[in-house]
Design a protein around this ligand. Structure first.
Ligand code: IMP
Length: 426
């Protein structure tokens, strides 16, 4: 197995950091293909928490080369801050990081517009990191790419064009349009700092795959936030599904050997938008507290709900999942009853499909399971799980018709039941 994609199968925050970190132990390259500083991965290594937004999780493994593909959007100041922080911990991120020179850059006016929009009634609950407006510029063919930082005059001309396009929006939203000099000066030093690690990452990754290196493509956000297939318009602005790895890096689909989807044993969502299995009250509070369900980028409390199996089936299909890594099973310990949405009642009858466009008018149908009170965080084999927990896990697996590769029972690297490893020969 050489090319493996890991994607979120729900609304993001499925525990990607931990699972990518485990797989990265066997990877030569860890490559991000979409999203920007809206993603936040909390890694727990040797008891220490580290949050990264742009740097791929693989940076903690000293022998993995980390890549940001051109489908990502880069806030140069955020990225330089992360690299500096990692250096302060004794790591050498700059020698092990390559960034697509074609990746688009988030500049101050993107963050300004994102924030101004989120203050209006049209808010969708973005992370306010400027991600959406940056992708808008890319599609509008007026974006700024990292390679533009090689020439200040050229960069200023491009920024001028973008600012002319954004000015009416900024003014209509009550903002102040920054000058070209303000924008460029704000980002210039960070952009210069990144120039030595820019390259043609598409050909770098292709060469690695041809040389049979093990390449892990690390998704950001989750399937239900995908701009094409998610709960539109409450989505992010990039391609969060497995297909996005090919376009976001610049490799062909024939180079991919396996796709792993991450799903929690329950569901969470941050920001607005439909969430049919959402819970409120003491059970939600308990899951949120035990599961530490607070946004790693924004600190917002995450909305919490039961696992949604039609949604997971949808993710299996859209991503072509070969396996599922089920995370945070331990968080459900102590609940008297655990529920799983197995179907939806719609105005035209019951369906096992995920009614992505009609969630507001559909009602989840649940299967109930007895809870388990034992601590499962020490289990390293499925057989060590209490019967109730095992029944629940096996039910999910059979309902979505996709084998489990991992069951995570705690935040630590070792708190993991590994059933199969996509980067290890079988
Ligand atoms: P944006 O990506 O900041 O534009 O936000 C669009 C939507 O995606 C909002 O609902 C965000 O809360 C959500 N979102 C973006 N990134 C993440 C993530 O990494 N985890 C979970 N939700 C996210």
């Amino acid at each position: 197995m050489a090319g493996v994609i890991i994607v979120g199968a729900q609304w993001g925050d499925e525990g990607k950091g931990k699972v990518v970190d485990i797989f990265t132990g066997e990877a030569d390259y860890v490559v991000r293909f979409a999203g920007g500083p809206n993603a936040g991965h909390t890694l727990v290594v040797d008891g220490e928490k580290i949050v990264v937004r742009l740097v791929p999780s693989g940076i903690l493994r000293r022998d993995a080369l980390c890549v940001l593909g051109q489908g990502t959007v880069v806030d140069a100041k955020v990225l330089v801050g992360e690299l500096d922080a990692l250096e302060a911990r004794g790591l050498d991120p700059r020698t092990r990081m390559r960034i697509a020179e074609h990746a688009h850059v988030i500049l101050s006016y993107h963050i300004l517009v994102d924030g101004l929009r989120e203050a209006t009634s049209a808010a969708i609950g973005t992370t306010k990191r400027g991600v959406g407006p940056c992708y808008e510029d890319k599609a509008a063919r007026r974006g700024i790419r990292l390679r533009d930082f090689r020439n200040r005059g050229g960069l200023e001309a491009r920024v001028l064009r973008a600012l002319e396009a954004w000015a009416p929006t900024i003014l209509a939203l009550g903002g102040v349009v920054p000058t070209v000099d303000e924008v460029v000066t704000d980002a210039w030093d960070a952009g210069q700092n990144l120039l030595p690690v820019l390259c043609d990452t598409a050909s770098l990754v292709e060469s690695a795959l041809l040389a049979k290196k093990r390449v892990l493509f690390e998704g950001a956000q989750g399937t239900l936030l995908d701009v094409d297939h998610g709960t539109y318009p409450f989505v992010t602005s990039s391609s969060a599904i497995s297909g996005g790895a090919c376009t976001g890096v610049g490799i062909g689909p024939t180079r991919i050997d396996s796709v792993v989807g991450l799903a929690k044993a329950y569901c969470t969502r941050v920001g607005g938008g439909p969430f049919p299995t959402e819970l409120e009250g003491p059970v939600a509070d308990r899951i949120r507290t035990v599961g530490a369900e607070f946004g790693s980028v924004t600190g917002r409390p995450r909305r919490v709900g039961w696992v949604d199996l039609p949604a997971l089936r949808y993710a299996v299909r859209l991503n072509g999942l070969d396996s599922i890594a089920l995370t945070k099973l331990d968080v459900l310990a102590g609940l008297e009853t655990i529920r799983a949405c197995i179907a939806y009642d719609t105005p035209s009858g019951r369906t096992r499909e995920f009614p992505v466009d009609d969630l507001e008018i559909c009602t989840p149908v649940y299967a109930d399971f007895s809870g388990f009170s034992q601590d499962v965080s020490t289990a390293r084999h499925l057989a060590e799980l209490p019967k109730e927990a095992l029944d629940f896990v096996r039910f999910i697996e059979s309902e979505v018709a996709c084998p489990l590769s991992i069951v995570s029972v705690g935040p630590g690297r070792e708190q993991t039941i590994i059933l199969s490893h996509p980067l290890r020969p079988t």
